[in-house]
Design a protein around this ligand. Sequence first.
Ligand SMILES: NC(=O)c1ccc[n+]([C@@H]2O[C@H](COP(=O)([O-])OP(=O)(O)OC[C@H]3O[C@@H](n4cnc5c(N)ncnc54)[C@H](OP(=O)(O)O)[C@@H]3O)[C@@H](O)[C@H]2O)c1
Length: 294
Amino acid sequence: MTDFLHAKLVVTGASGHLGRRVVELLAGKGANHLIAATRTPDKLAGLSGVQVRRADFSDPASLDAAFAGADRVLVISTDRIDVPGLRIQQHRAAVEAARRAGVKRILYTSMLNPDRSFIPFAPDHLETERAIEQSGLEFTILRVSWYAEGLLGSLAGPLATGKWHSAAGNGRISYVAREDVARAAAAALASSGGANERLDITGAERLTIPEIAKIASEVTGKSIEVIPTSDEALEKQLAAAGLPPFVIPIVLGTDRNIRAGYFDVASDAVQRVTGKPPQSVREFLTANRAALRA
Ligand SMILES: NC(=O)c1ccc[n+]([C@@H]2O[C@H](COP(=O)([O-])OP(=O)(O)OC[C@H]3O[C@@H](n4cnc5c(N)ncnc54)[C@H](OP(=O)(O)O)[C@@H]3O)[C@@H](O)[C@H]2O)c1
């Protein structure tokens, strides 16, 4: 964190859950030149000690103004996974704008193993990583595991019915709390060290779905039976449950990724860059017990 107090730092997507938390953490550490870039500056009106600028990856001119003078920019991947191809265009525009602005380093929230994945939007992340490498800028790629927050949704059905239909087999996944992702991203953005690294931002433990079900049962007092299910049967169940068509391949791809070992990664990066270990799944579910009862 040598030049932390002097460096001009930009966080895009600053009114999203992750971006806002990164900004709050950096402001709390006393960052002097912190720029929160967002499509909706009004939402950040209450933040003190932070310069708010408008930035929309679909409006490159806004990015020139938002990134002007910046030393390091954290590009938070957008949520536009509903329209194939849109997100990669948005991310390319952000990388190109960072290059035009003469930014020294770009940081980016990618996903685990984007080059080996059944997740339909994995190519967005892979292509963005490539665009960043080709930009010639210094980079830090944060390859983020699935948020533990996603588990709250995944567990709603199993807690209501007592059954968890899963096609993940005995594969493992290292869920990470979004707060730990924010802490890691803030620390990485604050640091001028470690250029051109890829960091796997994961929880510390790799768990199977039956192990997660057991923890959730112990935390809530409700029993959950994991029912091994084929991809085809799961797809039918998800469609019958009324999930939006673009979400079904993501849920299926998650189980296939777990089964294939593509999410079986537990790195020490969160602990290393922040000095504090990530929350365990048990700690996370215990802290969010109220949401599990809903
Ligand atoms: N690892 C996981 O399990 C997981 C789960 C969900 C999402 N994600 C990814 O991680 C990102 C951050 O997570 P989150 O929890 O903060 O999501 P979120 O609260 O849904 O935020 C969505 C983000 O997308 C940004 N965005 C959307 N359109 C944009 C555009 N045209 N230009 C610039 N930014 C745009 C928003 O920025 P503004 O509104 O401030 O402009 C906001 O930061 C998500 O966008 C998604 O790519 C990962």
